[in-house]
Design a protein around this ligand. Structure first.
Ligand code: NAP
Length: 473
């Protein structure tokens, strides 16, 4: 179940949040503590009654991430009124409260009691035992704990997969995001999310993003093949949007989620328990993943970086589709590189793929980079020349492949003094923003531009084909 936390300071705000997200949610969490500044208890009770969705009523103190400023006695009275008159399905109290009192009250009112524990520093000792103990009292245990690493996520999964009772277990922070998306695999009956543009608790995502990743509204979601993209950071990537759309269009029973990872080895230990069939690899792991591969395609062997991994019996097979992502937009335009001079700006992962891709299309290649050591090393491998990035403007090229990260800020042009002409082609690898300063400059001088989005789509389509082929339909 997808539960939207309602963080409105007013009833009107909450109703607006529900209207905007109703397609993507199953229930709501009414944050009573957020409303108290603007509404009386009786207005809040009326609001709860009129929500028309299963509702959890929650009223947290600042120490638990809330805004409640009143006395504990007043809060007990407030929750009592909501249980008796608010038409709510669940009430959420903290572990230190009078569980027996609330349990009796809930039993009389057909309300389920959730007993919560929050840990903003880590995973508390004996969390599994605490969850079991609360459940044995007839309540639903809820723990929201802070994860600092992929190893912590594995620890949370070990606790969650041993629970055989209704519970809510969520990892806060960026490394906890997979526990929010794959909540049932972590032993939870529901996951919480925030309205668009808000993050009510650390790591909350939006209902729309969950739906986009196939986490809501799809029958048999949990039986579908799971794919992911690993990186750090990773939440900004367009890949979940693209791959989930392609899976849907092709009728492939699979879904694809972002998976922030701080250690590749720890992530690999989760492949089997979470049932991850394959994954995309992005910055900074395209090279780190290589020692773990049991098979590599030619592009991985040649380029020394891998952006696609499929899990097979007995190992991991690695592919590099960035190479095709560079070649295809060039070939699609019938641009022949035989005998042309191409300058690749950068010597990182994208530049490596680009250098080999244009070299294999017959170009004479120059690598231009800020750090000459890296430029020289890539140039030696590919059979190319090398120059400092600052000297590119002293030369002219038929094609320039922009493969540095300069321009992602929308402000920096890696070669601001270059003399563009209408005969030059610019291949920009950055896709956000679409028009970087170098693209702007090339357009102003009539040069042909191949956009980063084309590379993203071409490499993504290749990757999607590999993922789809690995799934038996
Ligand atoms: P990377 O391995 O970290 O390499 C970054 C490159 O940028 C290096 O050559 C680095 O030079 C250079 N650079 C960074 N900051 C610089 C600065 N302040 N001044 C001069 N040079 C600087 O990253 P990557 O994976 O190759 O990615 C590079 C770009 O390609 C990113 O913007 C990424 O979004 C894009 N990309 C796009 C696609 C797509 O599908 N469209 C796919 C992959 C990558 P030094 O060696 O001197 O540090």
């Amino acid at each position: 179940m997808i539960c939207l936390t309602l963080p409105g300071p007013t009833v009107a705000d909450n109703l607006q949040y529900i209207t905007s997200h109703k397609e993507d949610i199953d229930m709501v969490e009414l944050r009573v503590d957020f409303l108290l500044e603007n509404h009386t208890v009786s207005e809040i009770v009326t609001h709860a009654k009129q929500l028309n969705l299963p509702t959890i009523a929650t009223c947290r103190l600042p120490v638990d991430g809330g805004k409640y400023q009143g006395s504990l006695g007043d809060r007990k009275e407030l929750l009592t009124t909501l249980i008796k008159k608010g038409g709510i399905r669940y009430v959420d109290i903290e572990e230190g409260e009078d569980i027996r009192y609330f349990q009796n009250l809930c039993n009389q009112s057909d309300v389920n009691l959730i007993v919560s524990k929050h840990d903003f520093s880590g995973i508390p000792d004996s969390l599994g035992e605490w969850m079991l103990g609360v459940s044995q009292k007839g309540c639903i245990p809820k723990a929201a704990v802070t994860l600092h690493s992929t190893q912590d996520l594995a620890g949370l999964l070990a606790i969650g997969s041993s629970m055989e009772f209704p519970a809510i277990l969520l990892g806060m922070g960026v490394y906890g995001i997979p526990s929010r998306m794959l909540y049932k695999k972590f032993g939870s009956i529901l996951t919480f999310c925030s309205p668009e543009g808000m993050e009510v608790a650390p790591g909350h995502i939006t209902p729309r993003y969950l739906s986009l990743c196939g986490v809501h509204g799809e029958e048999h979601f949990w039986e579908r093949e799971l794919f992911a993209i690993i990186g750090d950071p990773v939440m900004h990537t367009q890949s979940p949007r693209l791959h989930n759309r392609w899976f849907r269009e092709k009728g492939i029973p699979a879904h694809y989620i972002p998976f922030p990872v701080n250690n590749v080895g720890d992530f690999l230990s989760l492949l089997e328990p979470l049932g991850i069939r394959g994954f995309s690899v992005t910055i900074p792991y395209k090279e780190t993943i290589i020692p773990y591969l049991t098979k590599k395609d030619d592009a991985v062997k040649k380029i020394g970086s891998c952006n696609t991994v499929i899990r097979e019996i007995g190992g991991l097979q690695g592919f590099n589709t960035d190479y095709m992502g560079v070649q295809q937009p060039i070939l699609k335009r019938n641009i022949s590189l035989k005998g042309t001079s191409v300058c690749v700006l950068g010597a990182g992962g994208a530049a490596r793929a680009a250098a080999w891709a244009v070299k294999d299309l017959g170009a004479s290649v120059t690598i231009a980079n800020r750090t000459m050591e890296k430029a020289n090393s890539l140039a030696r491998e590919v059979g190319a020349g090398s120059i400092p990035l600052a000297e590119v403007a002293q030369h002219t090229y038929d094609l320039i492949v922009q493969a540095t990260s300069l321009g992602m800020d929308g402000k920096t042009d890696p070669i601001p003094n270059y003399s563009w002409s209408s005969r030059t082609v610019l291949f920009e690898s950055i896709y956000a923003p679409e028009v970087t300063p170098i693209v702007q400059s090339a357009i102003e001088h009539g040069a042909t531009v191949i956009y980063g989005k084309e590379m993203l789509l071409s490499q993504g389509v290749e990757q999607s084909n590999l993922f789809s082929q690995s799934v038996e339909v």
